[in-house]
Design a protein around this ligand. Structure first.
Ligand code: ADP
Ligand code: MG
Length: 595
């Protein structure tokens, strides 16, 4: 009887394996960079075209390969990094599975040039879809260059699955960051479509972080150091006041390998508890050195997950060290106070019952009854919270505004409530409008309209301002400058510095650079379509410039806001889909008070 089961030909097995290891250009970048690190290079170049879809090339000055090794390197399970199973427990290299090059060569065109110290000549090998098409010799310097072209050329389904260049580039950059942050002792350069993206000299970890994310990061880093028998921990946490709205800068490295661990992340986050607002993420760059025997890296094909032997202890050590650093450096929570008056209290107290002084005269007070009576009465949290605005926190300015209402003339009868709502009495309804959301709506529609019609009005700045961009921001600027111009900015780009001589009329002068930074930061999953770019930018500006909750508005300002707001195309929800106002019908009020 013939067998139903047969061994898959190598090139098919390789394609299947590739599916696990190589999901996108970013995966190629990761594998090639890691091989270059493993080869002992101290200078590594990454060159990509079209987010790596057309070309991903890594050039290193490492140990190179001889004529036999260059062929073996592309065989599956061919590795120079482990020989026997026991070696798995002593890993000091990034790679060990011997799968990456075989996988990449199965689904792309790969051209390798490599030379060892000993060889007189360099070797060149071209492979297309696992087939060797050319092997020659030439005279390249010591080291290895591997160029991967036409990724997924023979698997259209995978190619079609790739996201826009912007999204794929983001993944490439993420992988680059991870390797570059793990190895500040290696010089890295990165070229994207012919322009230099990053040039990272050999440096300290702190400087490396700053050259990747921007110099202003340097002052935001607080060192973390701890040495125990289980782990040596070093690195930095980012000051709480610099916490970001996206997860961007959270890095764990274990024995110089970037890993993802929600468990360890939790340890750090819980140390930050009470110091940053919900919705913001703590930043950290933490390097763990552990005995290779105490971890298993072989639980995931891309090796970004690790199993630790003593997870609970590790958790406790990380949490305690981070807490310690936050304490030692007396990092005070520099919260964004003008966002919400509830933030006037350190966040950790926000949801706790405030200990209000016992101001009421307690007729049943008995001095001999002990402490109990002197404690504030515990009431519903929400009511107490409200009372912070209305009673103990009453701002005389607000009262001034509220009191004359009784005889305000018909034309200006709106007023502000709790410094967060505008109350607007209509004929048979009362409108309660959230001032922050309403203003976001006004600004969003205004800026979107200006971008779309390219008619943003500009104000000339008395003194021009400058903004130094880090490489990612520069890339975003180059891509988005049409939109930025349309808003009314007048900008000249000199190297990586923006010289700003004009800004949109509705942008306060002191907010000019902040707005630009907001526009250029964190454009993660933005699509390439002009509309969604414009939409995202208009939202960002609206969020940054909108009147805050807690801001006290003059009568004219309240009225202007209401007028602008009712001129909007959409009034129900803010650009972020939050309800803007509620109504109270006269009939409802009558039912309750007059019925
Ligand atoms: P692994 O890294 O798991 O060993 P790879 O498929 O990534 O598997 O690489 C196979 C082998 O090719 C490596 O073990 C190494 O010997 C060799 N190699 C790959 N890239 C380089 C490089 N840049 N310089 C020198 N040798 C390399
Ligand atoms: Mg490898």
């Amino acid at each position: 009887m013939s067998s139903r089961i047969s061994l898959l030909p190598d090139h098919v097995a390789n394609q299947i394996a590739a599916g696990e290891v190589i999901q996108r250009p970013g995966s190629v970048v990761k594998e090639l960079l890691e091989n270059a690190v493993d080869a002992g290079a101290n200078s590594i170049q990454l060159i990509i075209k079209d987010a790596g879809k057309t070309l991903t090339q890594v050039i290193d000055n490492g140990m190179g390969m001889n004529s036999t090794d260059i062929r073996l390197a592309f065989e599956r399970h061919a590795t120079s990094k482990i020989k026997v199973a026991e070696d798995l427990f002593e890993l000091s290299t990034k790679g060990f599975r011997g799968e990456a090059l075989a996988s990449i060569a199965a689904i792309a065109h790969v051209e390798t040039h490599t030379k060892t110290e000993e060889d007189e000549v360099s070797h060149c090998l071209k492979i297309e879809g696992s087939k060797v098409v050319e092997q020659t010799i030439s005279t390249q310097p010591k080291g290895t260059s591997i160029a991967v072209k036409r990724l997924f050329y023979n698997i259209p389904a995978r190619r079609n699955f790739l996201k826009s260049d912007t999204v794929e580039l983001r993944h490439v950059i993420d992988e680059f960051h991870r390797v570059a942050l793990a190895h500040p002792e290696i010089k890295f350069t990165f070229y994207n479509n012919g322009s230099e993206f990053f040039d990272l000299p050999i440096d300290s970890i702190r400087k490396r972080i700053a050259s990747i994310f921007g110099t202003k990061w340097e002052n935001q880093l607080v060192p973390v150091e701890e040495k125990t028998s289980l782990v040596t921990l070093h690195g930095y946490i980012v000051k709480p006041g610099f916490a970001k709205k996206t997860r961007g800068q959270q890095f764990f490295f274990v024995n110089r390998r970037f890993i993802k661990s929600s468990f360890l992340h939790h340890a750090v986050s819980s140390a930050f508890e009470g110091l940053i607002k919900p919705g913001l993420f703590p930043g950290y760059f933490l390097y763990l050195t552990v005995d290779p025997k105490s971890i298993d890296i072989n639980i995931h094909p891309t090796k970004t997950e690790v199993k630790f032997e003593e997870e609970q202890n590790l958790y406790a050590i990380i949490k305690a060290s981070v807490k310690h650093s936050l304490g030692v450096f007396q990092v005070t929570p520099s919260l964004d106070f003008d966002k919400d008056p509830s933030m006037d209290l350190p966040y950790s107290y926000k949801n706790k019952t405030p200990n209000l002084p016992p101001i009421e005269v307690d007729s049943s007070f008995n001095p001999f009854k002990g402490e109990i009576n002197r404690l504030p009465k515990k009431t519903d949290k929400a009511t107490q919270w409200e009372s912070l605005f209305t009673e103990s926190n009453t701002d005389p300015k607000i009262e001034d505004k509220v009191m004359p209402l009784l005889n305000v003339p018909q034309v200006s009868r709106v007023f502000q409530l709790f410094s967060k709502y505008i109350v607007c009495p209509l004929k048979s309804q009362l409108l309660l409008i959230n001032q922050n959301r309403a203003h976001q709506r006004v600004l969003y529609e205004r800026f979107l309209n200006e971008i779309t019609n390219k008619k943003g009005q500009s104000q000339q700045l008395l003194f021009s301002q400058t903004l130094t961009l880090h490489p990612l921001q520069l890339e975003h600027y180059i891509r988005l400058h049409d939109i930025i111009d349309a808003l009314g900015f007048k900008i000249k780009l000199q190297g990586n510095i923006l010289e700003i001589s004009g800004a949109p009329i509705s942008c306060p002068v002191e907010k000019v650079t902040e707005i630009l930074e907001t526009i250029l930061d964190d454009l993660d999953e933005i699509s390439d379509s002009h509309f969604s770019q414009a939409d995202q930018i208009a939202k960002k500006i609206a969020k940054t410039l909108a009147i805050r909750t807690g801001e006290i508005l003059k009568q004219e300002e309240q009225q202007a806001l209401i007028d602008d707001f009712f001129g909007c195309k959409e009034t129900a929800v803010s650009p972020f889909n939050r309800q803007i106002f509620i109504t109270l019908d006269k009939s409802e009020i009558d039912k309750k008070l007059n019925g």
